[in-house]
Design a protein around this ligand. Structure first.
Ligand code: GUN
Length: 281
């Protein structure tokens, strides 16, 4: 059996088309959705991510304000910028790109962002809302994974989902979203002795550890849905995920490719969050 591909580019295009329609409707009522993106320092990967986020906004009728600061920016100066954007009614979402320089406490900065504008969904308040089953902005990457799982048409109720990874940005919110969708959820991590023991029972596996070949064909139940959040490079410098794609696609029922899987969905769900925040403002 060869797995069906879950095409993150195609699904993104569908969702982004709806984003553009909603953005135009808001703009016609005098409220163009606005996202502020703050980049501190000169990390080249961060600069690429930020550029892609700003570009995606412009392509879908959202206004995007990009603020780039040198790595010498103080924590107090950054907090002052966040406070100013919190008070700016034309800005509905605020994203401070991580990682920040070491002299700035990321938790302090995330906590300073108004909850209604926390389009990353990283704040304690947003995380608490997710955990409590209350409405709120959800972290873009795991939410994008949920949309990809939904696109298969396989209902999650009663299924066993295994999340590999326990980060605050992906693994933990992913587990909570799956739980909210009535899956039975297991969270595995670097301290799990026999990963395959768990993944072989899983109808859905989400791999988010940042280590290639973490999930191989012998660890996958035939027909399972496999979502690969990883973003790694192999020896040849080629982009690859956490899943041994060539092997696992022969066993799984559905699989996301890298690139062209979860990556585009992350930016798409950031657009959706910004739009939701603008509509709620
Ligand atoms: N750095 C890498 N991914 C992200 C993200 O989704 N949001 C922010 N703010 N920083 C990141």
């Amino acid at each position: 059996m060869t797995a069906q591909l879950i095409d993150g580019v195609a699904l993104s295009q569908q969702i982004r088309a709806q984003v553009a329609v909603r953005a135009a409707a808001l703009a016609a009522r005098g409220r163009q959705p606005g996202l502020a993106v703050i980049l501190v320092g000169d990390d080249p990967a961060s600069a690429v991510y930020v550029r892609n986020k700003v570009k995606a906004c412009h392509e879908h009728g959202l206004r995007s304000v990009m603020e780039a600061y040198p790595a010498t920016l103080t924590e107090a100066e950054l907090l002052a910028r966040v406070a100013a954007l919190n008070a700016d009614p034309s800005i509905h979402g605020i994203l401070v790109q991580m990682p920040l320089p070491r002299h700035i406490d990321p938790q302090k900065v995330i906590a300073a962002i108004a909850t209604a504008k926390d389009v990353d969904g990283f704040s304690v308040h947003s995380a608490g809302a997710l955990m409590s089953g209350l409405p709120g902005l959800r972290p873009a990457t795991p939410w994008g994974c949920m949309k990809m799982i939904e696109s298969t048409g396989v209902p999650l109720k009663g299924r066993h989902a295994v999340v590999i990874g326990r980060s605050n940005t992906v693994g933990k919110p992913m587990a909570l979203l799956l739980l909210q969708a009535n899956a039975t959820v297991t969270v595995c991590h670097s301290g799990t002795p026999d990963l395959g023991l768990h993944t072989r029972q899983a109808d859905v596996v989400v791999a988010a550890v940042g280590r290639r070949n973490t999930l191989t064909a012998d660890m996958v139940k035939p027909g399972a849905i496999v979502i690969d959040v990883g973003m790694n490079r192999n020896e040849a410098g080629k982009l690859c995920g956490d899943v041994d794609f060539a092997g696992v696609r022969e066993v799984a029922g559905w699989i996301t490719p890298v690139p062209g899987g979860v990556g585009p969905m992350t930016i798409t769900m950031l657009l959706v969050n910004t739009l939701d925040a603008a509509e709620a403002a």
